[in-house]
Design a protein around this ligand. Sequence first.
Ligand SMILES: [Fe+2]
Length: 232
Amino acid sequence: MGHLESGFRMRFGPRSSGQITSAFEAIVSKTHFYRPVYQTFQKFGPRQGRRRHKGKGSVIKDRHDVYELMAELKAPAHLIEHVQLVWEAGAVLLKKCRQLGLDLDYSLVELGIAVHDLGKTVYTDELSGPGTRHEEEGQKILLFRGVSAELARVCVSHGQWERMACSTEELLVALSDKLWKGQRVEALELQVVDRVCGLLNADRWDLFTELDSCFEHIAADGQERLNKSVGT
Ligand SMILES: [Fe+2]
């Protein structure tokens, strides 16, 4: 990519993988000078929809690639084990979401669970103690590696869901990170119930019992998972 093209892309180009801003499209498609740039984006650009999270140049296709990346970043074995245990909880949640026929980005939840604590490879003191520095660090690592901004943001939102406007997928990651160890967080669970009901055009109390028993079912194995885990 030439200097002119990369500069133009920085000003008007995609804010995250999978998006081309309408301003960018409107300007370059109508300008003779920039038309070759536009054609390049049309041909090779990242306009592949919201279900593509690996980003340009990233090797992440599924959660196993994330586990490999964590090993490459010298993540302690129990951190990898932690995200695998969280995935156990997430898989049950996603199974319920599929049963309900929810239109979600399932891959974003699966990958989000795998990456959410990536920053703890740097801030290792937060593996077993409190702290939030790992959140932005994880996001930075992923963005540097070309992962989509939507996925990288999960590193922050899984800890900051109360303060951020989160997607349903991000809330499901945050909830998995609680339920895996048997922790019930009413405010978070209610947010998830309301999102699910919103997607299905249902009332909160239509689905509350069904979802609550799903959460309870996952949380019931929390102690067993904790026994397999050290810290985190
Ligand atoms: Fe976690």
